[in-house]
Ligand binder design. Sequence first.
Ligand code: PLP
Length: 418
Amino acid sequence: MSQTAKPTTVPTVPPAIVAAREDFPILRRSAHGKPLVYLDNAASTQKPQQVIDAITRYYEHENANIHRGVHLLSTEATAAYEAARGKVARFLNAVDDSEIVFTRGATESINLVAHSYLEPLLQPSDEILISHMEHHANIVPWQLLAERTGAKLKIIPVADDGELDLETFDQLLTERVKLFAIVHVSNAIGTVNDVKPLLAKAKARGIATLLDAAQSVQHMPVDVQDLGCDFLVFSGHKIFAPTGIGTLYGRREILDTMRPYQGGGDMISRVSFSGTTYKPPPSRFEAGTPHIAGGIALGFALDYLSQLGLETIHAYESELLAYAASQLAAIPELNLLGNPRHRSGAISFTLQEAHPHDIGTILDTEGIAIRAGHHCCEPLHQRFGLNATARASFAFYNTPAEVDALVVALKKAATLFA
Ligand code: PLP
């Protein structure tokens, strides 16, 4: 726990971002009679009208099952869904559209890699390397896999400031490690991990790599070729698209080697009772009818972000987060979780002995939506000797005035617990 964030000036909101905020109808509503201040973006972001319209348009004009029909609606729905795959590929700078597998979200993407890539390769003497700041989605699938195979899970420690312990990382990166799976941005501390050199070290030792980008793709440009990861996962609902849709990026050479994830329609070449053959990636991993409207809407969300510009978003959010961290650190009763060099998205804290759920409830009466709990990072909280924290998490549409409202409400809450 640390409170050394330096005071910063109030950021100026770029005109493009002021205008973009107007695209989010929900941000105009009130909560408990107060203007809504939505600071739970790490859990799920709000949706712009363009994405909402894309969903409506699909159901009003194109709704049909994809990949199978010969009629016009099915052809149009298939084209829209596959266009969305291309948009994701370009968004991540993948080499080819076939490197994009649509899933239900980051969680399913990681489970897919555990089942289809790693499980067939693992021996009991092998290891999977993750960190102490992972979301449960990047812990539990590996624990289940370790139980099934006898392999071991190794953990890179996290220092008091919320940064990875890189010396220990170097020691843990042995030839026994078969997969290195790491979070890009911590959903609890907000630490931006400098993953490129870590991925390069793993690659140099022939270790496969997975980047959990669930909390980074909505805040900064992410380029899979530049980062050099084998797999990358993210969820649509955290990047202004609907729930129930997400992405697994996998390098094509690796996807080609992988066994199917689930069996069913659309993932097969031929089926007979004497044996079944499977389609090449990505279809091999997409059994059954997918979330067609969700995929199409994800494409529109990525178009929206690209038009606004991830560089613009990143620059503004960096200032907003620095401002928020410095304002929160200046509240004497507050303790921030970690003090990372680069922070994105989230700031977690405790307020004296107050239970974080009570803080969340008090702020809710002020119209301010934050998160309270372990944020699906129980091991990280245990490491800091905590059961829970309160978390404010930001998107580009949040403003310095909303940070100020949070600070006022927390100061008021502090008086109740004094
Ligand atoms: N990874 C990180 C870093 C997350 O923050 C989350 C969700 O909060 C996930 C993975 C899992 O995402 P989902 O629940 O959308 O599958």
